[in-house]
Design a protein around this ligand. Structure first.
Ligand SMILES: NC(=O)c1ccc[n+]([C@@H]2O[C@H](COP(=O)([O-])OP(=O)(O)OC[C@H]3O[C@@H](n4cnc5c(N)ncnc54)[C@H](OP(=O)(O)O)[C@@H]3O)[C@@H](O)[C@H]2O)c1
Length: 324
């Protein structure tokens, strides 16, 4: 798996293991960055209804596709059902809105973004109570939502379906209905997810690591709010030392580490040089010793950044996936 550039999905579809993350960029910046990413060789693009940028991504992709079906087939486009859509009857409506904004005939992978749910408020993807807490929908039936997502495949407008941000118990429960085609979770040097990865490997589910570089913008925002310190992964001495040894950047070392663990990754950048760097990962290899040194950075659950504490009240949802 170390040097395989794709995950092979059902039916022979290939999902590039390095994709392009799109969270937290303005529409204008994103459109430009996606065009640069396409030029750099990215073909896998990750978005979500909740990022409110599907239309901008869609415009950049459509320009590149130029109406040629063969070019559309080269792409692997991923979007996600938002927490406000986690009710079986709402799934088709949210999916239709996504595909319309993306301007595509089909998406390659549709993910359940979170196992927990917000109340569905038309026009508001992050509905809040007057006290600032989230409007939580406590009545979520995870299995019923998963069945509704699976049903989307019948339309031919989604090729594969999967999940994100679930825990191991939830993943097993979903697998009892049908195995997700892909699991997208936070994985990086400080949050290595060994147990979850072993479980998904046993189940034969490919994993895509989100926030593989430590999501600096999110870490900074949370740090400002809570005072908690988040180490900058790119500045960790061992990461810098390995980068120097290979004449690579710290980001390339972190991404190469993710690939050598058998995972995919979707780094986000809006800088042309870094966009190119983050996909130039196939011509060097970390040694066993370096892999061990990087493995030792794991802080387990304490290393998690995207713990959804930015959705106050969410932790009370019966399907909230993480310990708190
Ligand atoms: N399923 C989920 O719930 C979920 C949650 C979070 C993220 N995601 C997905 O995963 C993607 C990636 O995660 P993320 O955006 O949270 O964080 P990330 O990719 O770990 O980190 C992005 C940050 O790293 C910087 N960066 C990128 N390449 C770099 C390089 N080569 N050298 C130095 N700095 C670099 C970026 O700044 P510049 O732009 O200035 O380069 C940006 O500040 C998201 O965009 C999204 O698509 C999914």
């Amino acid at each position: 798996m170390t040097n395989e550039k794709y995950f092979e999905l059902n039916g022979g579809d290939q999902m590039p293991r390095i994709g392009f993350g799109t969270w937290q960029a303005s529409d204008e910046v994103l459109e430009k960055s996606v065009s640069e990413a396409l030029a750099a060789g990215y073909r896998h693009f990750d978005t979500a209804r909740a990022y409110e940028n599907e239309a901008a991504l869609g415009r950049a992709l459509s320009r590149w596709i130029g109406g040629e079906p063969a070019k559309r087939k080269e792409l692997f486009v991923v979007t996600k059902l938002p927490p406000g859509g986690n009710r079986p009857d709402l799934v088709p409506e949210y999916f239709n809105n996504s595909i319309k904004d993306l301007g595509l005939d089909y998406v390659d992978l549709y993910l359940m973004h979170t196992p927990f749910a917000f109340v569905h408020v038309p026009g508001d993807l992050h509905p809040k109570n007057p006290d600032g807490s989230m409007k939580v929908d406590h009545s979520t039936d995870l299995i019923a939502v998963w069945k509704a997502i699976l049903k989307l495949k019948d339309s031919g407008r989604v090729r594969h379906v999967g999940v994100s941000n679930v825990n191991e118990e939830q993943l097993r429960r979903l697998c009892a209905v049908e195995k997700p085609a892909c699991l997208q979770i936070e994985v990086h040097a400080l949050c290595q997810q060994n147990s979850m990865i072993a479980t998904a490997n046993d189940l034969g589910i490919p994993i895509v690591a989100y926030s593989p570089l430590g999501s600096k913008a999110l870490a900074d925002a949370l740090s400002e709010k809570t005072g908690r310190e988040y180490p900058d992964l790119l500045k960790l001495p061992i990461v810098q030392r390995i980068a120097e040894t290979h004449s690579r950047t710290p980001a390339q070392v972190l991404l190469r580490y993710t690939l050598q663990r058998g995972l995919g990754a979707i780094p986000k950048s809006t800088n042309q040089t870094r966009i190119k760097q983050n996909i130039s990962l196939w011509d060097f290899e970390l040694t066993d010793r370096e892999m061990m040194d990087l493995a030792a950075l794991d802080r387990g659950e304490n290393g998690r950044i995207c713990d959804f504490s930015f959705f106050p009240g969410m932790e009370k949802h019966p399907e909230f996936p993480f310990k708190h």
